[in-house]
Ligand binder design. Structure first.
Ligand SMILES: Cc1ncc(COP(=O)(O)O)c(C=O)c1O
Length: 410
């Protein structure tokens, strides 16, 4: 198994760290940090404004990233790539910018029970504002109940918003099949996909998925925080209103009113996160350099190893399927009085140098559905993860259990 740790300065500085929280945010490779530094030290000008060479360079680098992202996720046009501050901002932009004008009273919006709050609350709020009906697609056995699809989606369904990958279970939803079946029922249905846990893990092809909107964050794919992408299909962009108003997004402004630019600029008012976008471009190059097939197979080998290892412990329950998944997995102990996920995570961190996340992972309805309202312990893999990291996690977890068993007996 290739050693990618040496590409990440944080792991070079902390060789004993077992970072298993890439689902929350990934670490950043040197090449991404270098590219951000290059912007600040060589051409740190604003974009789309100056006509002097340094500003032209900054504009060219920024717009090049739009091209890179378009190629990376295979959009039809590069103008379909809108830069936002992250997945949450992208999904809110769709719910406000598209939903406000296009969802009417009595319309139906379908989401699933496994959504992250970022792909749940914006739709709840939109439906409240518009008098629309929010329907939940059921999850059973850690996956969407596909047989029920036609009972949720009908002629009144205007929009479906689903995650491609669950950030709790690691389940990969069959988006292509869902899109095909949904469009047979209602060809005009608007399909929004939350790709936050997908883009850094396997090849995403927007034209193959045939969706209307697709959201993701740079910081979960080895890029910087503060920037993300909304893929917005050209025909849908024309149906959207801007959410933010100001410089850079207008065509003309008069005392009486203003008109908007056509294309992604319409949604990128003000000075955008230039350094972060440039850093995102370096993250795309980093992933393309490794190759998404290698990224996916590295993760598959590790998740198979982790599940195989955890299966040997009958008192640890892994929440998720064996197949059609990525390397995000949540666990609980099978019996009560063994503390909470928060306890386990803080002991793993302080005693075993293992970084994992505890709680409901911004998916409260899913945790309630699983009967685990106080949360789970989640480990999530990245390209730098190794079998040693998984060993440290599993062995640490067994030790944590012993601590609670002793407390319980004593
Ligand atoms: C599935 C999913 N959707 C949305 C988000 C929100 O991403 P961000 O906080 O980068 O906006 C996350 C973050 O954990 C996620 O896992």
């Amino acid at each position: 198994m290739a050693d990618y740790k040496k590409l990440f300065p944080l792991l070079i500085k902390n060789p004993d760290l077992h970072y298993l929280d890439s689902g929350a945010t990934t670490l950043k490779p040197q090449v991404v940090l270098d590219k951000i530094m290059e912007y600040y030290t060589e051409y740190s000008a604003n974009i789309h404004r100056g006509l002097y060479p340094m500003s032209e360079r900054a504009t060219m680098e920024y717009e090049n990233v739009r091209k890179k992202v378009a190629t990376f996720i295979n959009t039809k046009h590069e103008s379909e790539v809108v830069f936002t501050s992250g997945t949450t901002a992208s999904l809110n932009l769709v719910s406000r910018g598209w939903g406000e004008d296009n969802i009417l009273e009595g319309d139906e919006v379908v989401i699933s029970e496994m959504e992250h709050h970022s792909n749940l609350v914006p739709w709840q709020e939109l439906c409240k504002r518009k008098g629309a009906i929010l329907r939940y697609w059921l999850v059973e056995d850690f996956q969407l109940v596909m047989a029920d699809m036609e009972t949720y989606i009908g002629p009144k369904t205007k929009l479906i918003a689903l995650t491609q990958v669950s950030n709790v279970l690691g389940t990969v939803n069959p988006i292509e099949e869902i899109v095909e079946r949904a469009r047979k029922i209602n060809p005009k249905i608007c399909i929004v996909i939350d790709g936050a846990q997908a883009v850094g893990h396997f090849k995403v092809d927007i034209q193959e998925l045939n969706v209307d909107f697709y959201a993701f964050s740079a910081h979960k794919m080895y890029g910087p925080t503060g920037v993300g992408v909304l893929y917005a299909k050209a025909s849908r962009q024309l149906q959207m209103s801007p959410e933010n108003f100001g410089g850079g997004m207008i065509k003309e402004v008069h005392k009486e009113g203003a008109s908007w630019a056509i294309g992604p600029e319409k949604f990128e008012a003000g000075t955008p996160p230039i350094a972060q976008v440039i850093g995102l471009g370096a993250a795309v190059d980093f992933l393309s350099g490794i190759g998404m097939e290698t990224v996916a197979s590295h993760e598959k080998e590790l998740i198979d190893y982790a599940i195989g290892k955890l299966e040997k412990y009958s008192n640890i329950r892994v929440l998720g399927k064996k197949n059609n998944r990525i390397g995000v997995f949540s666990v609980v102990f099978n019996d009560e009085d063994m503390g909470t996920a928060h306890d386990w995570s803080s002991i793993l961190g302080s005693k075993f140098n293992v970084c994992v996340r505890a709680g409901h992972h911004c998916a409260m309805p899913l945790h309630n559905l699983m009967g685990l309202p106080s949360g789970t312990l989640r480990a999530s893999l990245g390209i730098y993860s190794t079998k040693e990291d998984i060993d440290a996690f599993v062995e640490g977890l067994i030790e944590v259990r012993k601590i609670f068993e002793e407390t319980d007996n004593g």
